[in-house]
Write a protein that binds this ligand. Structure first.
Ligand SMILES: C[S@@+](CC[C@H](N)C(=O)[O-])C[C@H]1O[C@@H](n2cnc3c(N)ncnc32)[C@H](O)[C@@H]1O
Length: 360
């Protein structure tokens, strides 16, 4: 088994020296295959070409309603998501990017002034710091300091994933959320593949088995992880395909709320909520996750956890709430235990697909 320092040196080497830009990637693991909203497309036009060319994310890690918030990006790379968020949080908000690779931090830092001027801000609201996301105390990040944490295709590269989740939980304010995209596998990955420098650097063999991730998230305090988007990764490179035969990889965006009162399961208290509108990006329908789409004006029955994710977070003012926690009616319909990700690839028989919502 490799030492942590060796693993980290290899990751730094891959993102600092081997890759010069997104075109050098051998798989689509570090590529984002989704259509962006008009607002995001517009914001992307204001980002420097060099920053865009060194983007290696696997999802859209930009949650809604971030204006005025303090946002931390774990593994910010050359800074694309930070500069996107810089526009969305507005000049009143703040964005901090942390990355351990010198070359990535250098590119991100070099363009701070260019973006400040492009966004017509008096002062830049973005900062980049070199550091390891497994230990945010080392870069002096205080507990409960951030409203939102994002991360794009990074946690899989960390040797100690539990430490990353623990640190995210620590530095989030109560009611805040860790909204991030990463790569997961349908099974545990054996040591010889983890030790493969190329597979690891390409964000494949460091991926967690999806159920290990869910258990780890719950263990550190994120009691009810929610999936926003998921897609099966396709691998076109022959040698990578051969080495990973039999393993299915997925890019998944999760949102993990720091709400200590969340329960381990979706419990039913007979409650309902109504979306009043007002979230700028979602005027007609508010999407909490891939099971919860709230149409404006419609009363929707919800479990206690969903209620709390709306009532005890920045989304409270956009909803009306009905009921309370006094009377318990048992569980919401049972959640499935199959892999919960979407799979739109052609080689998978329909019977193996689990696109249907399984619970509340
Ligand atoms: C796949 S790239 C993604 C970069 C960026 N999020 C983006 O979307 O372009 C992974 C990044 O994570 C950083 N990284 C990996 N492990 C890290 C760790 N333990 N601490 C800090 N940064 C890390 C690497 O240096 C690299 O810049």
């Amino acid at each position: 088994m490799k030492q942590v320092s060796q693993l980290e040196n290899e990751v730094q080497d891959y993102y600092g020296k081997v890759l010069q830009g997104s075109d050098d990637l051998k798989t689509t693991a570090c590529c984002t295959d989704i259509s962006y909203s008009t607002q995001i497309k517009q914001a992307l036009k204001n980002i420097h070409d060099e920053v865009l060319s060194k983007y290696y994310g696997c999802g859209l890690t930009i949650p809604t309603q971030v204006q005025g918030l303090r946002v931390l990006d774990l593994g910010s790379g050359a800074g694309r998501d930070c500069y996107l968020l810089s526009q969305l949080v507005s000049e009143d908000g703040y964005v901090l990017g942390i990355d351990m690779t010198d070359e990535q931090i250098e590119v991100a830092n070099r363009h701070i002034e260019w973006h400040r001027s492009k966004f017509a801000y008096g002062n830049s609201n973005v900062n980049f710091v070199k550091g390891n996301i497994q230990n945010l105390k080392e870069v002096e990040i205080q507990s409960e300091d951030f409203d939102v944490i994002v991360s794009n295709c990074v946690v899989n590269l960390a040797a100690n994933k539990q430490a990353v989740l623990e640190e995210a939980f620590r530095v989030l304010k109560e009611g805040g959320e860790f909204y991030f995209s990463d790569v997961y596998c349908d099974r545990r990955i054996p040591r010889h593949l983890i030790n493969d420098k190329e597979l690891y650097g390409e964000c494949l063999s460091g991926a967690l088995y999806w159920n290990d991730f869910l258990n780890l998230a719950r263990k550190v305090g994120f009691s009810d992880p929610r999936i926003v988007e998921s897609r099966r990764l396709t691998i076109e490179n022959d040698s990578v395909l051969e080495k990973t035969a039999g393993y299915k990889f997925y890019s998944v965006t999760h949102r993990l709320f720091k709400l200590p009162e969340l329960e381990p399961a979706s419990e039913d208290y007979g409650q309902a909520v109504k979306y009043l509108g007002g979230v700028q990006e979602e005027p007609a329908c508010f999407k909490l996750d891939n099971h919860h789409l709230f149409e404006i004006g419609r009363n929707v029955p919800v479990c206690g956890n969903t209620w709390r994710m709306l009532a005890n977070t920045r989304y409270r003012k956009f909803f009306e709430f009905y009921g309370n926690f006094e009377r318990h009616f048992g569980l919401f319909p049972v959640c499935g235990t199959e892999i919960p990700y979407q799979d739109n690839t052609e080689d998978v028989p329909q019977t193996q697909q689990t696109n249907e919502p399984s619970c509340c």
